[in-house]
Design a protein around this ligand. Sequence first.
Ligand code: G3P
Ligand code: CA
Length: 272
Amino acid sequence: MTRVTQARQHHIQVVAHRGASEDAPEHTLAAYMKAIDDGADALECDVRLTADGHLVCVHDRRVNRTSNGRGAVSALELADLATLDFGTWKGREDSVESPDWGDPSLTSVLTLERLLELVADSGRRVELAIETKHPTRWAGQVEERLLQLLGRFGLAGPAAAEDSPVRIMSFSPRSLHRIAAAAPTIPTVYLMQFVSPRLRDGRLPAGARIAGPSIRIVRNNPGYLERLHQAGHRVHVWTVNEPEDVELCARLGVEAIITNRPRQVLTQLGRA
Ligand code: G3P
Ligand code: CA
């Protein structure tokens, strides 16, 4: 892996996708603590509502892949989720074991509240990029709970700083629109798996401030990135794990790289 040359470098924020999720089980305290230790600028997490209204950090609709349980997050209460082991699967999948992954204090279900506490206690500015998952099924409840919780940490509402350390991402324009209407100081990121024909000129849906294209879009259509920048949008690209993709993103001037490998990307950028 060669380092990105100094001449091409600008400040690129390195965002740990689901925590340092190549090295530790995704969306666990173990993964986020590792990401903070690695020096990540920001942490990415997906949030879902449990049956009893708690926001938890889980990517899939069901817990089957990343725990020893079964069923949809939305059908389980927090107390049910708290009995599950979200760590051991990682050792089986990657053939890499760590004693930490069997430690329930590090690999039990992670609430967004606990993640906010971790960030608040980190001793430095660590930003959070929170993705609302399938918010349309919940008719505004995910956003409402999210803003309530952020308000308790002074991250939304009247006490919130202009320069918000939290941003909210979604594939759903409706979800972003709700956030923008209720909390205009919180930046919103519109995630894209493909570019819809009506947005090819670099515009974003109403309520979205930052563009979040996949690395595949960037590889196949670098000109689109230029249009996003020309339209005045920052660009946060996911999920960028390969050195040649980091190089491409740096060359194209993206503002943030979302990666499962924060330590490796920081090293390539000459920051670790
Ligand atoms: O950071 C955006 C990215 O996480 C979107 O895809 O499936 O990993 O949530 P996914
Ligand atoms: Ca995500």
